[in-house]
Design a protein. Structure first.
Length: 306
């Protein structure tokens, strides 16, 4: 019997994702048994603080990675957009699952779509990327940081703390609450975060008791798209203090990658698209990052990181 321990956050969304992976692993063989180990992360403990003020994306996985390295768990299930491009030494992403819908969505009190919201409406969201694209898409809205897990953010809309919230559509669907969505926002209006919609499994690099099982869940097309988006992010010096967005998908045997760098006020943006051989996903992401930098993205980045 192979016993595997998944390290996971305790939010409803994290547990839904981890239970999905648990079921997939146990379906591989009757000799596999999987337990969930709930670990509270810095991001969970400081749920009302802006991400940029508490250390960025890594705050949702740091303690789980420590548990991996200490052999207290065997694998970790993450939303890929929460995973920094530089992993801790000794760890590896051993699988990327089939991508869910990567788009963002609007949940509004009275069912309005984003462009229908009245002037002065208060829209909450947890990322600078979404805030910037909301401001670019619709003038006259009030936009503020909205922290907390997904359940908490949706509850703030229901209570009237905000008039609407923009969140990841995949997360709402995983929670079984898609009926609350007022609009799935088109990619032309709001490009997702690099890695959005992907669930990834992190392990100790070369762990012979875990990696062979986890690797069987990897989706090659999803892994290539994820690699392109993360390479794009790395090429720009990715972090949560700068609004970066990217979306990769395969069409007609080609990998198409869209990328965006935008100022927080939404007034300046550089957007581009490249396509190439799916086998060269990493190189494609790096090339698009260089293209946006050549066209002025660096000036936007520098104003935000001073």
């Amino acid at each position: 019997m192979t016993r595997l321990r998944i390290g996971t956050r305790g939010s409803a969304l994290a547990l839904a994702q981890s239970n999905h992976v648990k079921a997939r692993l146990e379906a591989l063989s009757p000799d596999v048994s999987v337990d969930l180990i709930i670990i509270k992360t810095t991001g969970d403990k400081m749920s009302e603080s802006a991400l940029g003020n508490i250390g960025g994306k890594g705050v949702f996985i740091k303690e789980i990675e420590e548990a991996l390295l200490d052999h207290r768990v065997d694998l970790a299930v993450h939303s890929l957009k929460d995973v920094p491009t530089d992993l801790a030494p000794g760890l590896a992403l051993s699988a990327v699952l089939e991508r869910e819908d990567p788009r963002d969505c609007l949940v509004s009190r009275f069912g309005e779509q984003l462009l229908e919201l009245p002037r002065g409406a208060l829209v909450g969201t947890s990322s600078l990327r979404r805030q910037a694209q909301i401001r670019a898409a619709k003038k006259g809205l009030r936009v503020e940081d909205l922290r907390g897990n997904l359940d908490t953010r949706l509850a703030k809309v229901s209570r009237g703390d905000v008039d609407a919230a923009v969140v990841a559509y995949a997360g709402v669907r995983r929670l079984g609450r898609a009926e609350e969505v007022s609009e799935v926002i088109p990619l032309e209006i709001m490009l997702p975060a690099p890695g959005q919609g992907f669930v990834t499994i992190e392990t100790r690099a070369g762990d012979e008791g875990t990696v062979p099982w986890v690797a069987r869940l990897n989706d090659p097309a999803a892994e290539r798209a994820a690699r392109a988006e993360r390479s794009f992010l790395a090429g720009l010096g990715g972090g949560c203090r700068v609004p970066f967005a990217a979306h990769a998908r395969e069409e007609g045997g080609r990998l198409i990658l869209d990328g965006l760098v935008i100022s927080v006020d939404g007034k300046e943006a550089v957007r581009g698209r490249l396509d190439g051989d799916p086998a060269q996903a990493g190189a494609l992401g790096a090339a698009l990052a260089r293209d946006l930098i050549d066209r002025g993205a660096l000036a936007i980045i520098e104003t935000l990181t001073r």
